[in-house]
Design a binder for this molecule. Structure first.
Ligand SMILES: *[C@@H]1O[C@H](CO)[C@@H](O)[C@H](O)[C@H]1NC(C)=O
Ligand SMILES: *[C@@H]1O[C@H](CO)[C@@H](O)[C@H](O)[C@H]1NC(C)=O
Ligand SMILES: CC(=O)N[C@H]1CO[C@H](CO)[C@@H](O)[C@@H]1O
Length: 295
């Protein structure tokens, strides 16, 4: 009887773990200043991953949050090994994962400016300003991952060194490719060398399927990278209207991919919250598409 109960306990644990491992990624990039966007809607519309856009590093290793929102100011958030972005901003970012929320992962998205220089001098050591700044920011904002949205430099060696530095701090690393599959393939191989699921350091690829990446095929990318991808579509917008999709059109695209190439997908997501709010669209509708296609 006792043994029986114990084995059922372990069976349930196993099922639970598989369930967790199999959880689909439902993501949205946060282009709008997080101090101004609708936090409640972001937390309760079916998303489980938020990726804050507009983090950059300066030549001295300081980290800056670029707000990308009219009336907002860019703010240095880490300097000299400390968090300096203010309590209000820290409380806001931390709040994504607390109280009533579906969010279990928050990432910051950055380009590759200054990465190469800083990896060459002073390097990725734990005593460097860059290392200490990323450690301070992780703690202040309770971050899970750093997203690489390099669309310019594509330097493999320095990016691998940077990713491994972030891994030592406790971050996961992710990519947001739209082109240059060769670069991303080298990155996945080298960053994840010697690592296996579920301990991959570079554990997610958010594939841009709009604008320059409009013709991207998730299965082709998943195959080339050796990791499932999360296709990203752009919500209805007035910046490049031709690439915008309504919630109904997003459903058509995600369910099309899901039925023809399910094994290539780790979930789905959107670029971006600013347009949802500017265009008066519904977080609930866009979120519901993801919860139904990627439950
Ligand atoms: C934010 O979204 C919620 C729905 O999740 C809505 O009830 C609320 O009115 C929105 N707030 C603003 C300021 O638009
Ligand atoms: C979230 O919960 C904490 C602790 O329970 C509480 O102090 C805080 O006010 C809550 N925040 C919101 C936005 O409800
Ligand atoms: C204001 C505006 O032009 N919005 C456009 C954003 O993109 C969608 C999809 O292409 C268009 O239908 C909208 O008109």
């Amino acid at each position: 009887m006792k043994l029986h109960a114990i084995s059922i306990f372990f069976l349930l644990q196993l099922l639970y773990l598989q369930n967790v491992a199999a959880q689909n990624i439902r993501s949205i990039f946060l282009f709008k200043d997080v101090m101004k966007s609708n936090t409640t809607a972001l937390k309760t519309s079916g998303f489980n991953t938020l990726i804050m856009f507009g983090i950059g590093i300066l030549d001295n290793g300081d980290i800056k949050y670029y707000s990308n929102t009219p009336g907002s100011q860019d703010v240095v958030v880490a300097s000299g090994g400390s968090y300096v972005g203010g309590a209000a901003l820290a409380d806001k970012v931390r709040s994504f994962k607390t109280n009533t929320t579906g969010i279990n992962r928050v990432e910051i998205s950055m380009n590759s400016q200054h990465v190469k220089n800083l990896m060459s001098r002073p390097g990725p050591g734990a005593e460097t300003p860059l290392y200490r700044n990323f450690a301070a920011l992780k703690e202040a904002w309770t971050l899970d991952a750093v997203n690489n949205d390099d669309e310019v430099l594509y330097d493999v060696a320095s990016t691998v060194a940077f990713a491994k530095m972030l891994g030592k701090i406790g971050y996961k690393y992710t990519g947001a490719p739209y082109t240059n599959a060769q670069f991303w393939q080298s990155l996945v191989r080298q960053v994840n060398s010697g690592l296996k699921e579920p301990d991959l350091l570079l554990d997610r690829m958010y594939l841009q399927c709009y604008d320059g990446g409009a013709n991207n095929n998730p299965a082709g990318w998943a195959n080339a990278l050796g990791i499932k991808v999360v296709p990203i579509v752009w919500v209805t917008n007035d910046s490049k209207p031709v690439y915008g999709v309504s919630a109904a059109q997003a459903r058509t695209r995600f369910s099309g991919w899901s039925s023809s190439q399910k094994s290539a997908l780790a979930g789905g997501g959107y670029w971006n919250d600013f347009d949802i709010e500017k265009m008066g669209l519904s977080y609930r509708d866009y979120g519901a598409v993801l919860t139904s296609v990627f439950p």
